[in-house]
Design a protein around this ligand. Sequence first.
Ligand SMILES: Cc1cc2nc3c(=O)[nH]c(=O)nc-3n(C[C@H](O)[C@H](O)[C@H](O)COP(=O)(O)O)c2cc1C
Length: 278
Amino acid sequence: MSGIIFFKTQKLEELKDFYLNQIGCELWLNQKDCLIFRHHNFLFGFCRREEVKNRAMLTFFYESRDEVDKLHDRLKDISMSVPAVNEKYHIYHFFAHDPEERVVEFQYFDHRVTSYMTGDRLLLTRRSFRHFENTEIPESLLRQVLELSRFAPTARNSQPYYFKFIKDRELLMWLSKTREKSTQPIGNAPTAVVIGADPAISRRYIQDGCIAAYHFILAAWFYGLGTCWIAAMDRDDIKDRLHIPRDNYIATITPLGFPVKPAKTAPERKPLEGFIRE
Ligand SMILES: Cc1cc2nc3c(=O)[nH]c(=O)nc-3n(C[C@H](O)[C@H](O)[C@H](O)COP(=O)(O)O)c2cc1C
């Protein structure tokens, strides 16, 4: 389920320019006299009508104060205030007017909020994180991540994968030194997660394990938790130390925690054509 909030307007074209070009929304659906815009998971529409009432306010929120400041620089001429902290709601925000004098708010939540990410943002903003806050991950949040993770596809739905959580600092430090710089991120996290797979359960245990690991990585990011795929952990000394049977496959051991910084833009990717072969 989802929803849309609609407003009446007499200035459809000006609003289209404002919300598309100045705010950076996308046009989600064009119904000629009704335009529906999208800002991540926020769907709102304007319909051409004779009468307009502007009581409602639209609030756009962003992932950092920096983004709010940048928007304020762009909208200086129509801003009603400068970005400031609102202690009551623990937000950082400013207000502006759209072309029809409707109040529009731009804000950043100065505290964690429950996930609101859409699928496209999830895939676009997932990054490899290597530095984490020294904060315990609440058990309830971990359970939510695992609830999504268990919907990974597996060969014949055999489900041979499993998760093992490591919180012991000494063990985390040992793992972080097993492959020098490559494994270092494990030492910066409050938790590491082994994603393993059991060959006794599936013939395709390697593929099943890798897919489950990536599913976990996406589920974690949905809930704001950072990860980093660490490769080449399928080693006997690691299995022995973690009490994992030697014939099991370790897809990865990822650090897990709240990232210290918001997600960066992706390291450069090849253009689309570069991924297609004749
Ligand atoms: C198979 C695989 C192995 C990787 N191994 C490591 C690793 O050992 N250490 C590490 O810090 N990052 C590792 N990474 C993370 C990559 O460096 C990262 O995915 C890549 O630079 C792209 O950045 P992004 O994940 O932020 O988009 C690995 C990623 C994959 C998919």
